[in-house]
Design a protein around this ligand. Structure first.
Ligand code: 5GP
Ligand code: ZN
Length: 115
């Protein structure tokens, strides 16, 4: 836990958010500023700043985040229409919160390549 980290504070429930999933290793909640009809953030309880800071020890955890995203996509009814899971890594890629998180976006058409 990092005391000044926004997502650590959300995990500790010091900042309210709309939780949609909680387990031993990860939580998921609604993004405050959604970019699609479904926009959830899947966040490990462990404070890892970003993908560059993840190691081999975190491999199972990273896979777990993706599987939670797939479960949530199923639950939200977007598994068949399609969805995107994204780790933004570094400011140049749009990362603004430096506690690793997986975006789950869906419920509308997606363009490729992303902007
Ligand atoms: P990033 O830009 O780091 O990839 O993603 C951070 C995400 O966190 C953004 O989509 C932003 O809307 C979301 N966010 C920032 N602050 C809060 C907050 O206090 N609560 C929630 N639920 N989402 C937040
Ligand atoms: Zn954190």
């Amino acid at each position: 836990m990092a005391p000044d980290c926004l997502f650590c504070r959300i995990i500790k429930k010091e900042i309210p958010s709309k939780f949609v999933h909680e387990d031993e290793h990860a939580i998921a909640f609604e993004d405050l500023n959604p970019q699609a009809p479904v926009h959830l953030l899947i966040v490990p309880r462990k404070h890892i700043a970003g993908l560059n800071d993840a190691g081999e020890d975190d491999a199972a955890l990273l896979g777990h985040l993706q599987l939670v995203a797939a479960q949530l996509a199923q639950a939200r009814g977007i598994a068949e229409s399609g969805y995107r899971t994204v780790f933004n890594t570094g400011r140049g890629a749009g990362q603004s919160v430096f506690h690793l998180h997986l975006h789950l976006l869906g419920g509308r058409g997606m363009r490729w390549p992303p902007g």
